[in-house]
Design a protein around this ligand. Structure first.
Ligand code: ATP
Ligand code: MG
Ligand code: MG
Ligand code: MG
Length: 559
């Protein structure tokens, strides 16, 4: 590849709109261009790197026994209605209507499509497990598309879905996927932490997010160097026990017919129309009384389990008994301004959470805390910070910021049940599939790598995903040294090295700056003086180290 032909329009100045190093450098080095908010073209250098990330992902998926396929981007609204997500997904779902007024969505994720795909095809436990994946553009009408490729409205994702007959099988695939994701991060040169996003009833995790460590990351993380515990600051709250209980308010028994579904609870409390009612009783399925609250800036329709802000143990069994209540009751909580309850589809269906009446058709109210907490007090109680003791081993936690690059999730029967996707088990009984889903942000990974690997001069690609491994820089515009540079570039290419030849009629200073900006791992600098001595200069982009290499040793050294 000749640099004179390469379509990589560089920018001299930092683009004003780019706050993050990755956004700035991907624009400046000519890797991406914006069409509209959250919509980017990947120019040749970016596309080469993206294809390498995809190749690593494919390699790891295939090695773990997953099979690649490709499903339509346009997804039928009927499927989303079946799963209940046509409404629940909210405005992030990009909706499209065809000429017959039939509704579709541009797929943000493909649980519905893949579940429909296998229904009535996989019929017996003998055909299971099956693990399918695709690499495809995804569409999400993000509230705030920003930071270049980090949060796009169209982006590349590897999404995978597994179907199992038993929990053991799901667990096995989930664990394999988790390992594959760790490998993917490592092979792409990403320093990442697997962070527990959701922990299961028996203590194991059912969802893990891989967080690339970067100061610019949106997530605040805490982690323990000692025992390996790592969590989102907000998610970490679920493992904090708060012993403060309600005060001595007068209890009332309120008739709440149908209270027991999250919708009924929401309706009863007038949420979200009536934002002034701010209490909600939730109990975990194991009977642990909890209440879930989230920060105030989420709309009902964009609520997900990940927005859960915290969980409280509100009353001990003794206290419950003293109030004459059965296990599972929690007193209503006065939430301060700025924090409100959010009713979440995931709450109802996930294994860990359930909500219900305190007694069938009745809700108890009146046992308020003896004083209102301030927002800060609440936030502080339910958030785990760096320096706090690790909930597992008690050692002080370290803090970091992270970019979510991938996530593994045990879905269980959420979609298979809603969509009637069943198989016959060993006894001939129809059972819903146990599903897992596994996503890697391919384009976000590219941005995260640049975020972690750069300096004041530009990008520093890890060799594994560099657009080119070596750039051969001709210092002369023509003549013997130029010809020698061209010959070396050809020879390297013939030896299988991915090489770009900077043949442009530019001053050396311009070439050095551009090559540093584009971040190829090695620069081979070819000039008259070296040629006379039979050497060229090899510069390592990451360390800045330079060495003279004998011309006839160059290929052996770099191939
Ligand atoms: P986020 O919390 O950042 O909104 P998510 O949890 O909604 O991401 P998932 O549904 O888990 O995303 O999708 C799998 C992966 O796809 C994410 O881990 C992330 O790497 C990537 N991804 C999600 N949304 C975007 C986006 N808007 N732009 C680029 N990549 C994205
Ligand atoms: Mg999201
Ligand atoms: Mg997320
Ligand atoms: Mg996620």
């Amino acid at each position: 590849m000749k640099m004179s032909n390469l379509y990589a329009p560089t920018l001299k100045e930092d683009p004003a709109e780019a706050e993050l190093a990755s956004h700035r450098l991907l624009l400046r080095a000519g890797l991406i261009r914006k069409q509209a908010a959250g919509l980017y073209s990947y120019l040749p250098l970016a596309w080469r790197s993206l294809k390498k990330i995809e190749a690593i992902v494919r390699d790891e998926m295939d090695a773990a026994g997953a099979q690649e396929l490709l499903m339509p981007i346009l997804t039928d609204a009927e499927l989303w209605r079946e799963s209940g997500r046509w409404n629940a997904y909210g405005p992030e779902l990009m909706r499209v209507t065809d000429r017959h007024d039939r509704e579709f969505a541009l797929g943000p994720t493909h649980e519905e499509t893949v579940t429909d795909l296998i229904t009535n095809e996989l019929r017996s436990y003998k055909q299971l497990p099956v693990n399918l994946y695709q690499i495809q553009d995804k569409f999400r009408d993000e509230m705030r598309p920003r930071f270049g490729l980090m949060r796009g409205r169209e982006f590349i994702m590897k999404d995978g879905y597994s179907f199992s007959a038993t929990q053991e099988s799901l667990q096995e695939i989930y664990d394999d996927m988790k390992q594959a994701y760790a490998n993917i991060c490592e092979r792409c040169g990403l320093r990442a932490l697997p962070v527990v996003a959701d922990s299961g009833q028996i203590g194991g995790d059912t969802s893990v997010e891989f967080m690339a460590l970067a100061d610019a990351g949106e997530a605040a993380l805490v982690y323990c160097d000692d025992c390996g515990f790592a969590a989102d600051e907000e998610a970490a709250t679920t493992s904090v026990e708060v012993t403060e209980g309600p005060g001595d308010g007068t209890l009332q028994k309120v008739h709440t017919p149908g209270l027991g579904t999250i919708e009924a609870v929401a309706a009863f409390f007038g949420f979200p129309e009536n934002g002034t009612r701010k209490s909600l009783a939730l109990i975990a399925e194991d009977g642990t009384p909890v209440v879930c609250i989230v920060p105030g800036d989420h709309e009902l329709n964009e609520c997900k389990a990940e927005h859960l802000f915290g969980a409280y143990h509100m009353m001990s069994d003794e206290e419950l008994e003293a109030h004459g209540l059965h296990k599972g009751f929690i007193g209503p909580v006065n939430l301060p301004e700025g924090i409100r309850l959010v009713v979440d589809e995931n709450l109802r269906t996930s294994k860990k959470w359930a909500c219900g009446a305190n007694e069938v058709d009745y809700h108890f109210t009146g046992a308020c805390p003896d004083r209102d907490f301030t927002v800060d007090e609440w936030a502080d109680l339910i958030t785990v910070h760096a320096g706090d003791p690790c909930p597992h081993c008690g050692k002080p936690l370290a803090g970091a910021r992270g970019i979510e690059v991938s996530q593994v999730f045990q879905l269980g029967t959420k979609y298979s049940e809603a969509m009637g996707a069943t198989f016959a088990d060993e006894n001939g009984e129809e059972k819903p599939f146990l599903m897992g889903c596994y996503g890697v942000g391919i384009s976000r990974t590219l941005a995260a790598v640049v975020e972690q690997h750069n300096d004041e001069n530009g990008i520093i690609w890890p060799t594994s995903i560099a657009p080119f491994e070596v750039s051969v820089i001709a210092l002369d515009k023509k003549g013997e040294a130029f010809d020698e540079a061209a010959r070396l570039a050809d020879e390297l290419a013939a030896a299988g090295v991915e090489v770009v030849f900077d043949d442009r009629a530019e001053r050396p200073g311009v070439k050095f700056a551009d090559n540093d900006l584009m971040g190829f791992p090695y620069q081979l600098i070819v000039g008259k003086r070296g040629i006379k001595n039979g050497t060229v200069e090899l510069k390592c982009r990451a360390t800045g180290e330079r060495e003279d290499v004998a011309i006839d040793e160059v290929v052996a050294k770099l191939a």
